[in-house]
Design a protein around this ligand. Structure first.
Ligand SMILES: Cc1cc2nc3c(=O)[nH]c(=O)nc-3n(C[C@H](O)[C@H](O)[C@H](O)COP(=O)(O)OP(=O)(O)OC[C@H]3O[C@@H](n4cnc5c(N)ncnc54)[C@H](O)[C@@H]3O)c2cc1C
Length: 442
């Protein structure tokens, strides 16, 4: 049995994986636990949802990524509880892992505010299952319309995307591209271009976190590719087959075939567990507050990073945004803190987030990018977007395959991964065993 300190990392997303890799040369034993056996590159989920890429193109087995890291083990398990006083992580199957240091990085999930039942009819876009479900619903709508023929039922080809942030903008643009370019001429009873794509945004502009000029460019690009953008519009009701919108006190009933929810996320359940166990409050997004070094106040050996945390940098009034680089940078900082502590060295300087900018793509060959003080839009921004996403994607094989797929999609207008599979709405579970109380971290 190793006597090296045990670091348990919960979550193999951007934050958890970055932490595990940054601990590669430290004298610790790392156990990375995730409910899935793969790391998922969420920024490209919308391309899976619209048939441009396959799930395997944007995910990579965690074991493969950490294969050569001798101090790291991977465990596929659902974490149900974090016992901070006993320093123990509990799993759904009754087993547990003891830790000397804990890094929680369980991210966020789609949030439907006071209407959790909307999730049944309006999938969010956070997981592979979500993307496959949206792909299923979007493609099925066209198939049903083709089978039914003209005159189409009201809303038969209306797709509503709720939320004008980067995810909503990218999603609406990709559905428009699918309908207007990819599937054009493939049907005999309908024209796929007849599809009506609505993007609903509560605020006064899309991409509200970007510069107003970028928002204006995105709005113009969306309208150019046929997306109907409704600003300052609230979604009041979501039902199977229709939504109720409200603008200036006037309500409108919109029949539709598909609703995609891109309007909100909330920190994962374990953020609440951490907050309760540490006697802390949570912010409006359900995020747990962390100290500038990523640790929980009062628990210097317990850290949290990424979308589940709220870290307000010194001198700032708002917490860092829920972005992959925020999760990765804090995770690497936390790994440095743990490494130095284990080696008996002084703590590193306080964490400082390096903001390299923000970007969003709008359909084919257009994007907005704000990076290193520059504001790009159009084709150049799209090239920058392609390059950055390829670089960030994990694994040489995935990069090569995605690059090839993008080139083929661009040249042929095709989106080959347009499978309608009936299991798209089923959520797989982590394997369960019946061995209660078995420790898994040697
Ligand atoms: C559609 C979409 C597009 C995005 N686009 C961008 C973008 O362009 N640029 C950008 O910077 N950011 C983007 N983001 C945000 C970015 O993906 C997140 O900020 C980032 O994933 C946060 O990393 P994380 O490690 O906190 O969480 P995640 O990457 O979400 O990882 C959390 C991990 O924890 C696991 N987990 C959760 N709960 C449990 C549990 N109880 N037991 C075991 N495992 C658990 C999950 O399976 C997951 O692997 C996008 C997000 C989405 C959804």
């Amino acid at each position: 049995m190793s006597l090296r300190p045990r670091v348990v990392i919960v979550g193999g997303g951007f934050g958890g994986l970055a932490a595990a890799q940054a601990l590669a040369d430290e004298p610790v034993e790392v156990l990375l636990v995730d409910r899935n056996n793969f790391h998922l590159f969420q920024p490209l989920l919308y391309q899976v949802a619209t048939g441009g890429l396959s799930p395997a193109n944007i995910s990579m087995p965690l074991r493969t990524i950490l294969k050569k890291q001798r101090n790291a083990r991977v465990l596929m398990a659902e974490v149900t509880d974090l016992n901070l006083l006993d320093r123990r992580v509990e799993f759904a199957d009754g087993r547990h892992a003891d830790f000397d240091y804990l890094i929680a990085a369980t991210g966020a999930s789609s949030f439907f505010f006071k209407n959790p039942e909307w999730e049944l009819v309006a999938p969010g876009l956070k997981t592979v299952e979500d993307a496959r479900r949206i792909r299923f619903e979007v493609l099925s709508a066209f198939e049903k319309a083709e089978a039914h023929g003209h005159p189409l039922a009201p809303g038969a080809l209306t797709m509503v995307v709720v939320g004008g942030g980067p995810t909503g903008v990218e999603m609406a643009g990709a559905i428009a591209e699918l309908a207007r370019l990819t599937m054009r001429g493939e049907f005999r009873s309908i024209h796929s271009e007849e599809a009506r794509i609505l993007l609903i945004e509560n605020g006064p502009r899309v991409l509200g976190s970007f510069d107003p000029a970028s928002s204006a460019h995105a709005l113009a690009s969306l309208r150019q590719i046929g997306v109907e953008v409704r600003l300052e519009t609230m979604v009041r009701e979501v039902h199977s087959g229709r939504v109720v919108l409200e603008l200036g006190g006037v309500q409108e009933d919109v029949p539709c075939a598909v609703v995609v929810w891109a309007a909100g996320v909330r920190a994962s359940r374990l953020a609440q567990v951490l907050a309760e166990k540490a006697g802390l409050g949570m912010d409006r997004g359900g995020r747990v507050p962390v100290m500038p070094d990523g640790s929980l106040p009062g628990f210097p050996e317990v850290f949290a990073v990424g979308d589940m945390t709220s870290l307000i940098p010194e001198g700032a009034t708002r917490p860092l945004p829920g972005l992959a680089p925020v999760a990765q940078q804090l995770a690497r900082h936390v790994a440095g803190v743990i490494g130095r502590r284990v080696r008996g060295e002084a703590s590193p300087p306080a964490f400082a987030y390096v903001d390299r900018g923000n970007m969003a793509t709008i359909g084919r060959a257009s994007a907005v990018a704000e990076t290193y003080g520059m504001k790009l839009s159009g084709f150049l921004a799209w090239l920058a977007w392609l390059f950055i996403h390829l670089v960030l994607l994990i694994g040489f094989q995935n990069r090569l395959l995605v690059l090839l797929q993008w080139a083929i999609n661009f040249l042929t207008f095709n989106r080959a991964a347009r499978l309608i599979n009936a299991t798209a709405t089923q959520t797989p579970q982590a394997p369960q065993t019946t061995q209660p109380g078995v420790p898994v971290h040697g």
